[in-house]
Ligand binder design. Structure first.
Ligand code: MF3
Ligand code: CO
Length: 257
């Protein structure tokens, strides 16, 4: 069921979204080669708790799945061929030349914010740098479609078309999602699809839009048994970015700017 949020609820989501963005701003300043991904996680958790909020991902259990371990961290930090859900670790040191997707969720006053950015560390291959830039363009082109009068897959199609125009591959088995008092709500927001299809977008729908775009040919992100991290099938790098938005008349409102 897709819920439409009242302006009062959106006000609270603006708060959660703003804090999510501030965590990523802080991490953008701190992140550098030589740092462990666990250190990033500690900084994020402390920052969130200092602002009277709770990390959304910590102890998260995907709905309807049995036997999975609750997510053990505040952030997902996914490097190079890792698409999403990289678990921060004291053993994982960020290297010069890496691209690092940092995904953060914040729960505040009963609502979630969810956002991700991919950071480029030093001497990254120019082709990979372009992938990161264009994935961000995909996100903004998707957001531009999140207006009343359009349908859900207008967002998806805009993302896919831009990615394909460069010969990139769209990860199909990981999707964006509705968001609100739950981290993951209906509808699923795929990063591919046909224009003018899917549910009608309505003012007050809140969505987390998150393109995952890869070099090479991988159409799926795959995980080893019981591992959280999901990687491209061919080991090629993948970029990921995400905003929480509100569908509006005329122009979507970004809550995690
Ligand atoms: N932004 C990701 C998502 O919306 C991160 C979820 S991590 C999890 O799916 F631990 F919460 F699963
Ligand atoms: Co998300």
């Amino acid at each position: 069921m897709i819920t439409i949020k009242s302006e009062r609820e959106i006000e609270l989501m603006r708060d959660a979204g703003a804090l999510t963005a501030r965590v990523l701003d802080m991490l953008e300043e701190e992140i550098k080669p030589g740092m462990t991904t666990l250190r990033l996680d500690e900084l994020a958790e402390q920052f969130i708790r200092d602002h009277n909020a709770v990390p959304s991902f910590l102890n998260y259990v995907p709905k309807g799945e049995v036997g999975v371990t609750p997510y053990p961290a505040t952030l997902c930090v996914s490097i190079n061929e890792e698409v999403v859900h990289g678990v921060p670790s004291a053993k994982r040191i960020i290297q010069d030349g890496d691209i690092v997707s940092v995904d953060c969720g914040v729960y505040k006053s009963g609502y979630h914010g969810d956002a991700a950015r991919t950071f480029v560390m030093g001497a990254v291959d120019p082709e990979v740098r372009l992938l990161v830039e264009r994935t961000k363009e995909c996100l903004y082109l998707g957001i531009a479609q999140a207006v009343t009068g359009n349908r859900l897959h207008d967002i998806s199609a805009a993302i896919e078309q831009h990615a394909r125009s460069f010969g990139y591959s769209v990860i199909e088995n990981m999707v964006g999602h509705g968001i609100g008092s739950e981290l993951h709500e209906d509808p699923a927001v795929p990063n591919y699809g046909r224009p003018h299809t899917g549910v009608k977008l309505r003012q007050g729908m809140t969505l987390a839009i998150e393109p995952m775009i890869a070099l090479g040919r991988s159409r799926r992100a795959v995980s080893k048994r019981r591992a959280w991290v999901a990687v491209t099938e061919d080991g090629k790098p993948c970029s990921h970015c995400e905003h929480t938005i509100v569908v509006r008349d005329g122009e979507a409102e970004i809550l995690t700017k």
